[in-house]
Design a protein around this ligand. Sequence first.
Ligand code: FAD
Length: 454
Amino acid sequence: MSKAKTVAIIGAGPVGLAAAAHVLERGLTPIVLEAGSHVGHSVRQWGHVQMFSPWEYNIDRAAARLLASTGWNSPEPEHYPTGAELAERYLQPLAAKIGLASHVHTSSRVTDISRVGFDKLKTTGREAAPFEIRYQNGRGPTSVRADAVIDASGTWHSPNPAGANGLRAIGEAQSADRIAYGMPDVLGKDRARYAGKTVAVLGTGHSAVGTLTDLARLATQSPETKPVWLLRGNDPAKAFGGGANDKLTARGELGAAFAALVAAGRIQVESEFRVSHLAADGPRLTVNAGSACCGRQVVVDQLIVATGFRPELEFLRELRIQLDPAIECPVALASLIDPNEHSCGTVRPHGARELAQAEPGFYFAGMKSYGRAPTFLMLTGYEQVRSIAADIAGDREAAERVELVLPETGVCNRSGAPDAGNCCGGPAISDVDACCADDANAKQQGKTGCGCAS
Ligand SMILES: Cc1cc2nc3c(=O)[nH]c(=O)nc-3n(C[C@H](O)[C@H](O)[C@H](O)COP(=O)(O)OP(=O)(O)OC[C@H]3O[C@@H](n4cnc5c(N)ncnc54)[C@H](O)[C@@H]3O)c2cc1C
């Protein structure tokens, strides 16, 4: 039997709402607090983007069970939704239909969390005290109590800045009117801002690749448009992904299409470009690498910073939180997702045990649980919250069970010691010229390999 009856869930994104579905199924009471005016607030900001995972990977199983009982028209499993479709066809019905409506509070931004009667320093009796979650709902600060908290607030609202050192570049704040972060809709509602302009995109992840691809398309319609790709590393090919080896076909195709645009010279590439200074130059923007006066520079009309995201931690200040110093994710998760180590996408399934904190009853989930690591998939988050809800309900066996196989990226960059299970079927045996087991198998069958660098 569960001791924790009420579970506060921060964020009504895909993972927060899935958490609510699992909590409901367990007979517990969710209280979902969402900063935006609608559920899926962050997803709606990138509503124009077509997802690289099809519907079958985007729907949580507990959520689907609850929706099915209301006669929900489930989407075609093999179709790829946009962010807007994900919000409208799945998240919105989920929040509205399944008895969740009364548990979801929109326009409610969580600002602080503590334990009733206990500041961070006080230990004795701490774990028996309920959590106190303070939030702003437009009528001033208010608070709610809960026996457990799942922080599924994502990272979308705290993008990394332009500076190569992780700080804002000098002049970045002053040039804010020429800079956008994340993935602006360059072919749609933001078109006027970018059509016919020289636009630099900084970054190497899916957001940068997708935006540059869209800018190249915009250039075919508005020929003065010039996409410029700024990347810190020296090897553009690292952004091209696993191509045909990627188990998520659309993700592989996006990288392959981008590689073709770069090869055709339709995107100006500036590699080893580490942004340090930004300066308004009339209506234009000078982007400097290294120094304000004498290093490399490009002059553009607009800059799009797509250098990833970092977790917002300030509202957790009064809780006992321990994070990996580099990735800012729960410590037990770090070695599984560290992009310095590998990029296969084959993260070992993990749940409550890895996501719990020294603060009993508090868990990270979803995009936020990955801290600064870039490879999060919704499917991972759904498995996380299944396990967390089981843990809160006291079902240890279900909390420990592993129920997830993730699609691999087809790229298998590894460094350091081989770690079976981390990389494309685990490491290859040592006397074979291959980077991992899948690569070795592919070569044995006369194929070129699995996409690993070998
Ligand atoms: C452009 C893009 C494309 C992606 N495509 C895919 C894909 O194809 N497949 C895939 O598996 N993954 C994809 N992802 C990665 C990831 O699955 C998504 O980002 C997903 O939305 C993460 O879900 P989440 O619920 O953890 O966080 P979010 O969707 O970010 O939701 C968090 C919610 O918390 C709210 N919030 C934030 N702070 C507070 C606060 N203080 N108080 C209350 N509420 C708060 C936010 O408003 C938001 O609604 C993509 C990501 C991006 C950015």
